[in-house]
Design a protein around this ligand. Structure first.
Ligand code: SAJ
Length: 407
């Protein structure tokens, strides 16, 4: 039986996937509300295919609890935030979860860390707590790192199809854990050592962050000299070895806006390109704000309450607001005492999270003269025609209407 610890964005789908593929699973989370929601047969966030997967897992007998279970295999999937000042990983949740596992687990148990951790975290924080407990690594406790790669918005498909990495001290233990993942994963599963697995995960997200920063920098250069960045990227990408990503209002989510900082925090004198890239991405919300004021001025619009922000989530078709560029913009406006003036609307966020949030798309449109498209949800793509007549500032390059302002 596998005890999955932490039933959030990664732990829950992983637990459901294993359960629906014949593995006996009990999911544990310390959040009583979350566990009781799951026990009532409801999922805790929206994701394509998740509800169906949940029903299959329930039929297969998955159970949920706030207690750690006595078993031979644990998968720890708890958050790993970063310290905003030191830029280093904050391992508190992982450490606490492993400590709790160590309280109950039998001799010979395997603890799989699935949470993203910076290279060396398991050596620095996890091995010592196992030893402090008087347990011998490789005999009493086996450690594995099996980072995930799934993208919010397409998690269920990617869980089934992506290749995976398993880092283990011991090949035989690696093979044992591989079998659990292979119960559902149709991709290739590579076994390597723990440090390599830690590094690959962070490097993958850093690769994307640096490439998004490049696109964002191009957007700034093109804006400065009045060139069309999207046309330029489109043409460049016709070169067989060029694949530039898209500029946007900033980078949100809990991965690409966080993980690369681990490398900057641990290797400050070496990770220069990464550091600059993260700063470039972090400055995008302010770049967008300046552009809003410019466009307002050009159109003689002075009243911020007639401006509407479309989209609160960090990207399209998800209900996740973590580190969202819109929230960063509102935060920055609050410092200039204008944060609670603009209207805000997002079809995925049904409860009030920010001032002046509206919940009906048509009422939202009626209350504004200028709309800022910050997230490209399918809803807005299908309703573009309703924006005719408004001043439109499109930060995602999704609006085909003539006269639309872009980054
Ligand atoms: N973004 C851009 N321009 C682009 C692509 C993305 O501005 O061309 C922005 C998005 O709008 C969003 C942010 O970047 O604000 C991140 O979105 P994303 O879709 O690129 O990635 P995440 O954070 O949802 O998921 C990433 C994925 N990592 C990679 O693609 C390397 C996913 O595979 C990982 O599992 C996930 O991080 C994670 O958990 O680490």
């Amino acid at each position: 039986m596998i005890n999955v610890i932490g039933l959030g964005y990664i732990g829950l789908p992983t637990a459901l996937m294993m359960a629906s593929h014949g593995v006996e699973v009990i999911g544990t989370d310390y959040d009583h509300n979350l566990v009781s929601t799951l026990k009532k047969g409801k999922t805790t966030f929206k994701e394509k295919g998740l509800d169906e997967l949940f029903q299959e897992a329930l039929k297969a007998g998955i159970k949920f609890s706030t207690d750690y279970q006595v078993t031979d295999t644990y998968i720890v999937s708890v958050p790993t935030p970063y310290n905003k000042f030191s830029k280093k990983i904050d391992p508190t949740f992982v450490v606490k979860a492993v400590q709790s596992v160590l309280e109950v687990c039998p001799k010979g148990a395997t603890i799989v860390i699935e949470s993203t951790v910076s290279p060396g975290t398991i050596d620095k924080y996890i091995r010592p707590i196992v030893k402090d407990k008087g347990k011998k690594l490789g005999e009493d406790i086996h450690l594995v790192h099996a980072p995930e790669r799934i993208i919010p918005g397409n998690m269920v498909y990617e869980l089934l199809h992506n290749n995976r990495t398993i880092g283990a001290d011991d090949k035989i233990i690696g093979e044992k854990i591989k079998k659990y993942y292979a119960s559902f994963c149709q991709g290739e599963i590579i076994i390597t050592d723990i440090r390599t697995a830690e590094m690959t995960k962070v490097v993958e997200n850093t690769f994307r962050a640096v490439n998004i920063a490049f696109a964002n920098e191009l957007a700034k250069i093109c804006r400065y000299d009045n060139m069309d960045v999207y046309e330029i990227i489109k043409i460049c990408n016709m070169h067989p070895r060029v694949n530039i990503l898209q500029p946007g209002p900033g980078v949100g989510g809990h991965c690409i806006s966080v993980d690369p900082w681990f490398l900057v925090g641990d290797y400050p004198s070496l990770a220069k390109v990464i550091d600059e890239s993260m700063k470039t991405n972090d400055k995008m919300p302010d770049f967008v704000l300046n552009r809003i004021y410019e466009i307002m001025e050009e159109n003689g619009l002075t009243d911020l309450s007639r401006v509407g922000f479309y989209g609160l989530t960090y990207k399209e078709n998800v209900d996740d607001m973590r580190e969202s560029p819109t929230l960063q913009m509102l935060e920055s406006m609050k410092r200039h005492l204008s944060g609670d003036l603009v209207k805000v609307y997002d079809p995925y966020i049904k409860t009030d999270k920010v001032p002046n949030q509206m919940h009906d798309f048509d009422d939202f449109l009626d209350s504004i003269d200028m709309i800022v498209l910050l997230v490209g949800h399918d809803e807005i793509k299908q309703n573009m025609i309703k924006l005719a007549g408004k001043i439109i500032f499109d930060t995602r390059n999704i609006c085909p209407l003539v006269g639309t302002y872009r980054l």
